[in-house]
Each structure stands twice: as C-alpha cells, then as structure tokens.
Design a protein around this ligand. Structure first.
Ligand code: UDX
Length: 487
C-alpha cells in the first residue's frame, strides 16, 4: 500500500548498478550489456552515466527511445569531475579517472550506502557492476555487503600484460635496458616469444619506475581479483589461452563478447530488433557515407578511423593521407574534430591530396562504424586497434592495418598481426611509403588470404553468441548469478 516492498519482496528483485568509465568505448559496451540484462524482465538495471556523456548520447542517438521499452531500465547521472569544456581526449584519461575518484566516487558511495539505491531504499541495488579501472568500488561493496563484479572493457590479452608489470619490474625487464624495442619480453606467462618490448602497453616505455602513468596502471591491477567475478568483452575462439591464464588466478570469469553481436542476436531471437539504430555514439553519425559506400565494388574500400580518444600530429596526418592517396585505394576516413593537433589553426592541405580524395575518397567527422564495417564494399580497416573497433572488424570479417595509439592498443595490434593473423601491424611507423605498401598488401596482394582468415574468426565469434556457444553460456551464467545475489 505504502509503495514500499516488504523485506521478502525486496530481496526478490535483482538490481544491477552499472558504472562505466565515462568514455565512448566503455559506455558503448556497458550499455550493450545493460540492454542484454534488460531482456530479462525480472532483472532491474540502473546505468550510472556521467552528465557529460549522457548529454552527448541524448544529442546524438535514439538511446532514450530505444530504452523506453524496458520498464526495468533507468539511467542516473553523476558529474565526472572535469569542467564541461575540458576535452576528453586520450591525454586526459588520467585526469578523468582522477575526477571520477575525487568527485563521482563519493556521490556513488552515498547513493548506494544511504541514498536512493541503498539497502534501505525502495529498490536496493543487489549487485555492483563497475569498470575495472575503479578500485574504490571494493570498499563500497564491502561496506554495504553486496557482490561486486568488475567489467574490464579492454582485451584480456592487454589486461594480462598490465597485471604482469610488477613481475616485469621484478625481473628487471621494465624499465627497458637499452633502446632495442624489438627485444622479446620473457615474463608475461603465455606470451613468450610473441610480445616484444614495443608491444607492451605504451606506458611501459618510461625511463624510470616513478613515472605517474606507469604507477597509475600498476594500481589498476591490484583490486580486480577482490571482486566476485570479472567480465570480459571477448570470446573463447579468440582469446581462449589468455582466458585460461586468468582463470588460474580468478576462477569466476564471464567471457560474454562480442557484446554488440550478442545483443543483436538476442534481440532478433526475441523478434525485437528495433527500427532505430543500436548506436551509442557520442558524436553525430554522418550517414551520407553509407550512400558513398553503395557506389563502390565489393571489398574495395579501406575504412580509416582512430576512435574516440586518439590524437595525431599534423605531420602524421599528412603522412597517412599521402600513403592512402598514393596507394590508389578508395578510402572512407573519419576525421574526428580535434583529433589532429593544430589542424584547426592551419588547415591548408596540399592540392594534390584534395584532388585525389575527391576522386577516390570520402571524409566524414564521425561514421556509423558498425554499419560501415558491415557494408559489402568495405574490404579493410586502418585502425588504432581500440578493443571495440577490433571486435567490430572481426565480426564483419574485415582485415585490419593496425596503427596503435596508446595503452592496450599496442598489445591488441600485436595479437591482430602476429597471433590471430587478421592483418598487419604498422606500430610505431608513420611514413607515407609504408602506409602505401601496407594498404596495397592488404587490399590487393594478400587480400584473399586475409579475408579468409578473418572470415574464420568471424565464424567463431558468431558461434560463441549462438545458443550453446561459449559467450552465450557465460552470459546465461552471469544472469543466473545476478538473480542469486542478495543483500
Ligand atoms: C578506448 C580505448 O582507446 C581503447 O583502446 C579501449 O580498448 C577502449 O576505450 P576508443 O579509443 O574510442 O576507446 O576505441 P574503441 O574501443 O575502438 O571504441 C571506439 C568506438 O567508437 C567503437 O565502438 C566504434 O564503433 C565507435 N566509432 C568510432 C563510431 O561509432 N564512429 C566512428 O566514426 C568511430
């Protein structure tokens, strides 16, 4: 009568609070996981988003309409600690994490300990599912006595290297002795003979151990095993050996990816694929590039994008541009506003580049990436090797040229090139002749070989989210475990 549930009824409502790092990549895949939970009507989901990202999502997507059909879903917002006009580019990630620690985490704590989601509230949270980069969640979960799940949205292979850093330091492998970045790294179990110094996360390239970025990432590793489980956006067919390494130290792993295709599959099996797009973009997508793609032969276009955080110098920008133009390949290039340092002040571009681009290229400020990669005319992806981009490319059977920018991307690109053989790793090189050579190699010389190899991996990805597949079963287990979690 009063609108309050009795103690028994209250215990019967599984309620997950999802709290991502407020950046495009983590928000994108956590929203997908949130929607997968919402398909189970008995599970309630509260998504804790930063005010900044929420506003941008509302401006750029149909997310509000899409989630309206789920009465069990709610979004709450929280400040991220950065001034509104502060860019959220790659060089700001540490500031952002600090902002979340200083400003968002006390509010989050209050919300779940004594506020609207606390054990005494009408609909208490029964499980915290937070970004693996938030160590403060361990104490908060303990304080209110509810289970904590970490979701690390980077690849397990990259996270594994983060966790091995103390070992690498102890063995004297970090800081590097000498300048040979091609020397093999010996103390990352399971990666012997694969990982070179240059393939370690970018923050390992520091002259001394006091480096704040290195220290920041060492800290990231320590807490994740204190959670009741660890969720990954990956699949067994891709990262089985690394997942086994994780299971040896953290038995409760849920490997539920690729989440974007897992969601599409689940929606289609429930006959509820929405007419609106499934995009969680925080930039407005320029759909005109889809018409441009329609005009070109199958597998003839190279898609070029460096994701939502990376920035490049004008000199690098021009090297890539010359390389693309000289390769004579058709290309669709995402030039995100602010991604080329100094371009806004001086945007003269050599005439020969503009002319050739008019003939063979298309430039947009943000694209519907999942749809672009799924388009039949796209035959390659020059990518910064962000984890979402890597999975999206695999799922659409598109080989990659990897040009990693920072942190996890150095590891991802090595795996793409050397272990999974899904493309070429151009790491640490930005030279027009090499860009041209690699584009030709992937789009012409070794085209069939790469397409076949990626097709095999794509099939494994699809199998994993089909009924009975490894990611399907892990998601099922995760949902069951959430149902059993109690305050
Ligand atoms: C960040 C890190 O850089 C990445 O390494 C980490 O794995 C996750 O967080 P980001 O750099 O943005 O993310 O890369 P990525 O993970 O690839 O995510 C980019 C997302 O933006 C993808 O889902 C992609 O589909 C989307 N995107 C990108 C678009 O929708 N349109 C575009 O034009 C470009």
């Amino acid at each position: 009568q009063s609108g309050f549930l009795s103690g028994e009824e209250r215990m019967a409502v599984p309620h997950v609070l999802i709290f991502p790092l407020p950046l495009q990549g983590p928000v994108n895949c956590m929203l997908k996981l949130a929607e997968l939970f919402c398909l189970h009507q008995d599970i309630h989901v509260t998504f804790l988003n930063s005010e900044h990202i929420q506003q941008r999502l509302l401006n750029c997507t149909d997310v509000q309409i899409r989630f309206k059909k789920y009465p069990n879903f709610k979004i709450m917002t929280i400040p991220d600690g950065l001034p509104e006009d502060n860019p959220r580019t790659g060089d700001q990630v540490r500031n952002l994490v600090k902002g979340v620690e200083d400003v968002s985490s006390p509010l989050f704590r209050e919300m779940v300990t004594s506020g609207s989601l606390s054990p005494n509230s009408e609909k208490p949270v029964t499980c915290l599912l937070v970004d693996g980069i938030f160590p403060f969640a361990v104490d908060i979960a303990e304080e209110i006595g509810i289970p904590l799940l970490y979701f690390d949205t980077i690849s397990p292979c990259a996270l594994w290297t983060y966790l091995c850093i103390p070992k690498l330091i102890e063995a004297g492998e970090i800081p590097f002795k000498g300048n040979d970045l091609d020397a093999l790294v010996n103390n990352v179990p399971g990666m012997e003979g694969v990982i070179r110094r240059r393939d370690l996360p970018s923050f390992c390239r520091v002259p001394d151990l006091d480096n704040p970025t290195l220290q920041f990432f060492i800290k990231e590793g320590k807490h994740i095993f204190q959670a009741q489980g660890l969720i990954f956006n990956t699949f067994e067919g891709l990262e089985g050996p690394i997942l086994s390494q994780f299971r040896a130290v953290c038995p409760n792993i849920y490997s539920v990816g690729p989440l974007h295709i897992h969601l599409k599959k689940s929606l289609s099996s429930k006959c509820s694929v929405p007419k609106t797009s499934l995009s969680n973009s925080i930039w407005k997508e320029d759909m005109s590039c889809m018409h441009w793609l329609d005009e070109h032969p199958k597998k003839s276009v190279l898609f070029v994008s460096i994701g939502s955080l990376a920035t490049i110098s004008k000199a690098q920008f021009l090297e890539i541009w010359y390389g693309l133009v000289n390769s004579k390949t058709r290309f669709l290039w995402v030039q995100r506003p602010g991604s080329v340092i100094g371009l806004e002040e001086n945007n003269d571009v050599p005439v020969e580049l503009s002319k050739s681009t008019k003939e063979r290229g298309c430039i947009v400020s943000w694209a519907p990436q999942e749809e672009v990669l799924a388009h039949p005319s796209v035959g390659g992806f020059l990518t910064h090797s962000g984890w979402n981009s890597t999975l999206e490319s695999i799922v659409e059977g598109v080989p990659m040229i990897c040009w990693p920018y920072f942190v996890d991307q150095q590891v991802n690109s090595r795996y793409v090139g050397e272990v999974w053989k899904l493309g070429l790793d151009m790491k640490d090189i930005c030279d027009r002749a090499i860009v041209e050579k690699m584009v030709r190699e992937m789009m012409e010389v070794r085209k069939i070989e790469f397409l076949e190899r990626v097709r095999e991996m794509r099939n494994l990805a699809i199998e994993s989210v089909n009924e009975g597949g490894s990611s399907y079963k892990d998601l099922d287990r995760l949902v069951e475990d959430i149902r059993l979690m109690r305050i």
